[in-house]
Design a protein around this ligand. Structure first.
Ligand code: G6P
Length: 366
């Protein structure tokens, strides 16, 4: 059951391993497998909106930042992302053709709820991606897309994140159909691809023993840099967030292309740099950033797939390989090694992984 740890040492580890189910259950809600269709096309008036304002906190914010790529690529819908604590204080422009999306595991985060109320008062239609159906955000939004991750107990979010990504992918493809960007054949192909996600993330979890060995090394360091491009930029930020939350090691996520505008100054002999770069259209560019830090002595931990590993050359001290995946689900699968690295580093350090100091599962005060 969800309330006991079973064979695992921590809820976080258990929840990392529950991701194939969390994703499969979420998909079962938004996908009609036999018809090859998504049922997300009427959750908002996708055809008539010009812009989606996507707001959340913490890990849910990074899910939204990855989702932005999908709405833009597959639905040609402009998305603006904000952390909820900033959104309502800057007098944001909300037009008649804007809709607002809120992402929250708990559905109770005070800033996200306040942003939702702000958008409703401004007249925008609101859609919430929430894990807890009996929550304030779920109740107050005009429409909800519930994730089916089940109860998440570890303070650091894992399965809720990949379930959010899954729901966001389904929303973006549904929107793309309604907006006339995707054909029926495209939609059917995306159904097939998403249905592979539970199996592929399960395969990615098989690198756990190798990641644990790398984590031994990270327990010795003070700072870790995470780099990525495209969808792996938010994933790099999420990886850095996970590591600092539970291991108390300073970590920073950066767009790989911004490296030379600052963070490269931090690189010295032995600085650990996690490069999130499964093979995609941006792989070669990220690889060249990896080589730049490796040439300056960084100890690179490359998170890639089979194809990327075959092309990576020898700049990386450690190569963690996940299976090759279709474009759409690749960042979902890549979350697993990122989470495992943080988890094992913290676990080896002996921190209170499920209840890290100073953090709360649900931040219900501003
Ligand atoms: C807290 C939790 C995070 C979570 C964030 C947003 O900071 O520790 O794991 O990502 O709140 O929470 P929500 O419930 O809105 O997703």
């Amino acid at each position: 059951g969800f309330a006991d740890k079973g064979e695992y040492r921590h809820f976080m580890e258990k929840e990392i391993h529950e991701q194939p189910d969390a994703i499969a259950h979420t998909l079962s809600r938004y996908v009609d497998v036999d018809a090859g269709r998504f049922n997300t096309g009427d959750l908002l008036d996708w055809a008539h909106i010009n812009r989606l304002l996507s707001t959340a906190c913490g890990t849910a914010f990074y899910a939204g930042a990855i989702g932005k790529h999908w709405f833009e690529a597959h639905a040609r819908l402009a998305v603006e992302i904000d952390v909820a604590s900033e959104f309502r204080y800057r007098d944001p422009v909300i037009g008649p053709n804007d809709a607002a999306l809120f992402i929250s595991q708990s559905g109770e985060t005070a800033d996200t709820l306040a942003a939702l109320r702000y958008c409703k008062a401004a007249g925008a239609k609101t859609l919430a991606v929430v894990n807890v159906a009996e929550s304030s955000i779920a109740r107050e939004a005009d429409a909800i897309a519930q994730t089916q991750a089940g109860p998440e107990i570890g303070v650091a979010s894992t399965k809720a994140f990949t379930a959010q990504l899954t729901a966001l992918a389904c929303l973006a493809i549904g929107a793309g159909r309604v907006r006339g960007v995707l054909t029926e054949a495209d939609e059917a192909r995306f159904v097939t691809e998403l249905l592979e996600a539970p199996r592929l993330i399960n395969a990615a979890l098989a690198s756990e023993p190798q990641i644990e060995a790398i984590a031994h090394r990270l327990t010795q360091v003070r700072d870790v840099l995470y780099l990525g491009r495209g969808v792996y930029h938010p994933l790099a930020m999420e990886g850095a967030l996970k590591l600092k939350e539970i291991s108390y090691i300073h970590a920073e996520g950066y767009a790989a292309g911004e490296l030379k505008h600052g963070p490269i100054a931090l690189i010295e002999e032995g600085t650990p740099v996690v490069v999130a770069a499964p093979y995609d259209a941006l792989f070669e560019k990220t690889l060249s950033n990896m080589q730049e830090v490796a040439a300056r002595g960084a100890e690179v931990i490359l998170i890639t797939d089979d194809k990327g590993a075959s092309l990576a050359g020898d700049g990386a001290a450690h190569v963690v390989t996940m299976p090759d995946c279709p474009d759409l689900i690749r960042p979902i699968v890549a979350a697993a090694p990122i989470q495992l690295l943080a988890y094992h580093t913290a676990s080896l350090k002996g921190t209170d992984v499920d209840q890290p100091r100073n953090l709360a599962k649900s931040v219900t005060v501003e």
